[in-house]
Design a protein around this ligand. Structure first.
Ligand SMILES: Nc1nc2c(c(=O)[nH]1)N[C@H]1C(S)=C(S)[C@@H](COP(=O)(O)O)O[C@H]1N2
Ligand SMILES: [Mo]
Length: 212
């Protein structure tokens, strides 16, 4: 107990020194679980991933097809709006850019936003620019293991900070939908579940944009 307290204090000091702790955040070495509603059951035979909206033609992939696409790894610092930050988390999954480079998704010129659609109607919205950047991933593995049900198995959006990449915008973690089932490209922005519940639409962790 006391050891983990000391370790957390040391980690926090190091992250402040390295300029990696955003205002109002505290370090956790745990991985808290936060969401609204129940944890869905995953059936690999019926699961689909859809990409639609402002794209040349809609795409639907089975779990097998999704997993056959080339994977990308990202190491991200996660910042939750409830004030915990978790550093150097390792993720593996599909980069949205890979879907575009493979020619599977062709965004229309007017596409500027992407709405993540998850089980039970949960949605969250991000600018296309963030979805295509080096700090957003459609993740199916965390720390070398498949996601646990609580953290979004089999697939979630995840967004975080990449140390040393001040050029990347970093939103709070709620901008990654657990139990993700599809992406809607859109010309117009459409605030999602937490955004409509009062969270900030942009959610920049460095500007402390927590509430709208
Ligand atoms: N489908 C779904 N995804 C969600 C949420 C949710 O309620 N439903 N909550 C978000 C919020 S508020 C946070 S902080 C993160 C938490 O992710 P974690 O439980 O893996 O820490 O998931 C986000 N993704
Ligand atoms: Mo959250």
């Amino acid at each position: 107990m006391f050891d983990s307290f000391l370790r957390r204090r040391e980690d926090e000091k190091r992250m402040i020194d390295e300029g990696r702790l955003p205002p109002g955040q505290a370090v956790t070495n745990k991985f808290p679980v936060l969401h609204y509603g129940p944890v869905p059951h995953f059936n690999p035979d019926t699961w689909t991933f859809r990409v639609y909206g402002a794209v040349e033609s809609p795409l639907e992939l089975s779990w097998e097809q999704f997993r056959a696409l080339p994977s990308t790894r990202m190491t991200l610092d996660l910042h939750c709006v409830t004030a915990w930050s978790k550093f150097d988390t390792q993720w593996e999954g599909l980069a949205v850019r890979t879907l575009i480079e493979a020619g599977l998704v062709r965004p229309l010129p007017n596409a500027r936003f992407v709405i993540q659609h998850a089980e039970y109607g949960y949605t969250t919205n991000l600018p296309l620019e963030i979805v295509l950047s080096d700090n957003f991933l459609l993740a199916y593995r965390y720390e070398g293991q498949p996601l646990t049900p609580d953290h979004g198995h089999p697939l979630r959006g995840v967004v975080g900070a990449v140390p040393g990449r001040a050029d990347l915008k970093t939103p709070y973690l709620w901008k990654g939908a657990k139990w993700l089932r599809g992406l809607e490209f859109s010309a117009e922005d459409r605030p999602g579940f937490w955004e409509r519940a009062g969270y900030h639409n942009e959610a920049d962790v460095w500007k402390e944009e927590r509430y709208g």
